[in-house]
Design a protein around this ligand. Structure first.
Ligand code: HEM
Length: 90
């Protein structure tokens, strides 16, 4: 509680598709990640990873490689917490 994380709503997330000069964000396990710097390193390629951009990628990720430890891999890319639409203001 009180952690200084950005509170990201689904509508904020939706704008971060990695297109039109915007960074690509995805949400996984309730955390929001800026995956832009990781894109060139993804073993499955950029287009695959971008399928999770702008939305909650938890299910998609789990369907493909549940064994991958994204929490460690993307620790430095974590930018906030996914919250409900009405919870934007802290
Ligand atoms: C492979 C990381 C998201 C599709 C991999 C591998 C890693 C990785 C480490 C190699 C796994 C292995 O060989 O055991 C991540 C991370 C993600 C992410 C950190 C965080 C967002 C996604 C998403 C998709 C995806 C959203 C698809 C919608 C794939 C595919 C491969 C792969 C198809 C297999 C590539 C191959 O072996 O030819 N990813 N991934 N990944 N990833 Fe991801």
């Amino acid at each position: 509680p009180g952690a200084p994380y950005l509170r990201v709503t689904p509508s904020m997330l939706k704008r971060q598709t990695g297109r039109k000069g915007k960074d690509a964000w995805t949400a996984m396990g309730g955390r929001v990640y800026n995956i832009t710097p990781y894109l060139p390193f993804h073993p499955g390629g950029e287009p695959e990873l971008l399928r999770a951009a702008g939305r909650d990628g938890t299910k998609l990720f789990g369907e493909i490689h549940p064994w991958v430890n994204y929490e460690n891999m993307l620790a430095s890319c974590m930018i906030g917490l996914l919250v409900e639409e009405h919870e934007a203001k802290s």
